[in-house]
Design a protein around this ligand. Structure first.
Ligand code: GLU
Length: 446
């Protein structure tokens, strides 16, 4: 394999798909050396096959808003790779959703899911529907219209969607209701992230954030550092940021910043239960602003237009969107003494930011390892659904712990450099890639 040639070919085939090309380049650069030691991969053209999704469904979603006006959005499902199990991955509702974004997410999901140790292939889907400012009734009508097109292409053993940005428990409920009505199938395992009374798993809402903090604990332990007393800056205030803030606080760290598209909250005294619960209210309001946090809690201040990375912190946790932490942000964090950055969002850091962190020798880990606890717990939800039972919180948490520990171990195994530095990007990419590549090889040319 030659990364430059492969990338040139992909750029020609998929011009302008910047997020997708960025995600592919990162993985190919990481695996090049190992790949070239395996002529059997080259012979089966594994890399040429693994970078393309198996198929993409694109559909029109038409619905009626509260004013009685007809609205039309685009819907997608990218079924990326099924070599190790049925397609699995979230749905993203955001105004910027396009095929490039969902292809990057589906590609990442394939390797992330491989890291979880569970049998799940990679997929992603969503719509350019913008939930900001929408009423619950509008969200319901949109979800129903979206499922009218999607239902025939998903199923317990084929493709199991879940949430992502803009899709949480409320949306999964509306989607599942419509699925059952259309498909006349009532298995609880067609979607994950369900409510607790209709097949959901305890801890699934918390799992992405909790798993991320378990991963960070392992990283810190290995580096001889501690979470207790560390200051943490988190971007975002949605489901993932909420879980991360909750677990970080529980483990003795001080969450001193959260943020939104409108600006940053500086929270010098850290989180309380009330503050953490309020993050959920903020998300449910559909306004997509974080400023009200400082109106409600007087010890916090809001600065418009600033990012979480403007706050001096020990640990930075991007929890919102891709490329939300760029080279300039990394330089500011490093100047302020940050010694760990763990991506909780998918591809939260730009390549320049990752390079800056690694060059400075600070701890850095990529989203596909750090945030894999979310989809891993979706996998545990699927298992419970298939067994027609539900596990206790303790049982799910223990399994999540074990999975995050094994992901960390895999990253160390494949990412340890001769000078002792652990390149978690390389480690996660090689470990995930090797598993999927071997599965493809053993199943022939298809
Ligand atoms: N959207 C989440 C992710 O990026 C969760 C996917 C799932 O649970 O299937 O991994």
């Amino acid at each position: 394999m030659n990364v430059q040639n492969l990338m040139a070919e992909l750029e020609r085939k998929h011009p302008g798909e910047s997020e997708y090309l960025q995600a592919v380049r990162e993985v190919l650069e990481s695996i090049e050396e190992v790949y070239n030691q395996h002529p059997e991969f080259e012979k089966a053209k594994i890399v040429e096959r693994i970078v393309e999704p198996d198929r993409i469904f694109t559909f029109r979603v038409t619905w009626v808003d509260d004013k009685g006006e007809v609205q039309t959005n685009l819907g997608y499902r990218v079924q990326f790779n099924s070599a190790i199990g049925p397609y699995k991955g979230g749905l993203r509702f955001h105004k910027a959703v396009n095929p490039s974004m969902l292809k990057f997410l589906g590609f990442e999901q394939t390797f992330k899911n491989a890291l979880t140790t569970l049998p799940m292939g990679g997929a992603k889907g969503g719509s350019d529907f913008d939930p900001v400012g929408k009423s619950d009734a509008e969200i319901m009508r949109f979800c129903q219209a979206f499922m009218t097109e999607l239902w025939n292409n998903i199923g317990v053993d084929t493709d199991v969607p879940a949430g992502d940005v803009g899709v949480g428990g409320r949306e999964i409920g509306f989607l599942n209701g419509m699925y059952q009505k259309l498909a006349r199938k009532y298995h609880t395992g067609v979607l994950t992230g369900k409510g607790m009374t209709w097949g959901g798993s305890i801890l699934r809402p918390e799992a992405t954030g909790f798993g991320a903090l378990y991963f960070v604990q392992h990283m810190l332990q290995m580096a001889g550092k501690k979470l207790e007393g560390a200051t943490v800056a988190i971007s975002g205030f949605g489901n993932v940021a909420w879980g991360a803030a909750k677990k970080a606080t529980e483990l003795g760290a001080k969450v001193i910043a959260i943020s939104g598209p409108d600006g940053v909250i500086y929270n010098p005294n850290g989180m309380t239960d009330e503050k953490i619960d309020y993050m959920l209210e903020l998300r449910a309001s559909n306004r997509n602003i974080v400023a009200p946090f400082a109106e409600k809690f007087k010890d916090a201040t809001f600065t418009p237009g600033k990012k979480a990375w403007s706050i001096k912190c020990d640990i930075a946790l991007p929890c919102a969107f891709q490329n939300e932490l760029n080279g300039d942000d990394a330089a500011e964090l490093l100047k302020n003494g940050t010694w760990c950055c763990a991506e909780v969002s998918n591809m939260g850091c730009t390549p320049e930011a990752i390079h800056a962190f690694q060059k400075a020798g600070i701890l850095f880990a990529p989203g596909k390892a750090v945030n894999a606890g979310g989809v891993a717990t979706s996998g545990l939800e699927m298992t419970q659904n298939c067994m027609h039972l539900s596990w206790s919180g303790k049982e799910v948490d223990e399994r999540l712990h074990t999975i995050m520990a094994s992901i960390h171990e895999a990253c160390v195994e494949f990412g340890k450099q001769p000078n002792g530095y652990i390149d978690y990007v390389k480690g996660a990419n090689i470990a995930g890639f090797m598993k999927v590549a071997r599965a493809m090889l053993e199943q022939g040319i298809i």
